[in-house]
Design a binder for this molecule. Structure first.
Ligand code: OGA
Ligand code: NI
Length: 345
């Protein structure tokens, strides 16, 4: 079997602990989007507050479009490493194939392919913070499978509609106008990631993705029937597995919604455990605003006396550019975090 590359090994307290008795059968909320709008808004608001995570069914994304995306993802990853590395992501090209990602400086047991929802986008150049220079990132598409690009662009378009719908429902649940945040997503930086988690001979030592929070506004994740995603329960810090529900999407609130809502809806830690037997595929859509957006608690939701703003404003493009850089190297410093913008009380 050979030895595991030490880069993959999680420190003891972060390992999957697969032998522990499972916590009692508990599930993140599953919300049917068909039905009364009032009830939907209230259920989504409650799920965001209690869990930061929920699943949705009857979401309007065609199962045919999802199946095609899953099929081309599988075909892409089946190819040789040499073939996949033809579209390798690097410091210049942030989109494409990548098999060396680290989360919190430990290597993840996975390979990914990333693409922007809008074929190219602008982000700040971190080296020139003062001069406000921008660089353009553009998608890289492989030659094989031949229908890869078309299937994945169709998928992104459909899931984007769902993301906007969910954002409206979340805004309404906060007592804000449905279209409160729409303007932020003009020239959005949203991207879709194809995740492939191969079977892992060391599931007790490595993780598919180490514990992390998603930095964007929302994540809309499609997954197969293998399972492995775990969510850190807010009430006691237990890792709760998300049981795959056929045809459902898993939704989670990211750091941006946490800041907009001034901590009412927190971005919750999650991770992916791997197993010895079965490979797993998942497809998150990361709903990211434009690089120009300044993120800060929404004025209607804060007031000087009872609920003062908990964050200073920060620029999304700058945050994004810093995050992306640290994916490539095992840095010995902490990544940029929203906590850096927290106002201490
Ligand atoms: C992620 C993530 C979960 C999964 O890519 O940010 O949390 O189930 N993925 O693949
Ligand atoms: Ni995540």
């Amino acid at each position: 079997m050979g030895d595991i590359d030490p880069a993959f090994i999680q420190s003891t307290e972060h390992r999957a602990n697969n032998h522990k008795n499972a916590v009692e059968a508990v599930e993140i909320p599953v919300i049917d989007m068909f039905g009364s709008r009032e009830e939907l808004i209230s259920r989504i608001g409650k799920a965001c507050e209690e869990w930061g995570f929920f699943q949705v069914t009857n979401h309007g994304v065609s199962s045919e479009v999802s199946s095609r995306a899953e099929a081309v993802a599988k075909k892409f990853f089946e190819q040789s490493t040499e073939e996949k590395r033809k579209v390798k992501r690097d410091e210049v090209n942030a989109m494409g194939y990548h098999d060396g990602e680290h989360t919190k400086n430990v290597r993840d047991w996975k390979e990914v392919f990333d693409y922007l929802v809008q074929n190219s986008a602008q982000v700040p150049l971190i080296e020139s913070h003062e001069k406000q220079e921008l660089r353009t990132i553009t998608n890289q598409w492989p030659q094989h499978p031949h229908d890869f690009r078309e299937a994945l662009q169709d998928y992104a378009r459909e899931v984007e509609k769902l993301a906007f719908k969910l954002l409206e429902l979340i805004s309404l649940s906060l007592g804000l106008a449905a279209d409160k945040f729409h303007g932020c997503f003009k020239d959005q930086l949203s991207m879709v990631r194809l995740n492939h988690y191969p079977p892992c001979p060391f599931p007790d030592l490595a993780l598919g993705v180490g514990r992390h929070k998603d930095a964007g506004a929302l994540t809309v994740l499609g997954q197969d029937d293998v399972g492995g995603l775990q969510v850190k329960r807010k009430s006691d810090g237990e890792w709760i597995p998300v049981t795959p529900t056929p045809g459902a999407f898993i939704i989670n609130v990211g750091d941006i919604v946490q800041v907009w809502s001034n901590d009412k809806y927190e971005s919750v830690e999650h991770r992916v455990v791997v197993n010895r037997e079965r490979e797993r595929f998942s497809i998150p859509f990361f709903f990211f605003p434009s690089h120009k957006v300044m993120v800060k608690p929404v004025e209607e939701l804060v007031n000087e006396e009872e609920n003062p703003a908990k964050y200073r404003e920060y620029n999304w493009g700058h945050f994004y550019a810093h995050r992306n850089r640290s994916d490539f190297k095992k840095l010995h410093v902490d990544n940029i975090q929203i906590s850096h913008f927290r106002i201490l009380d």
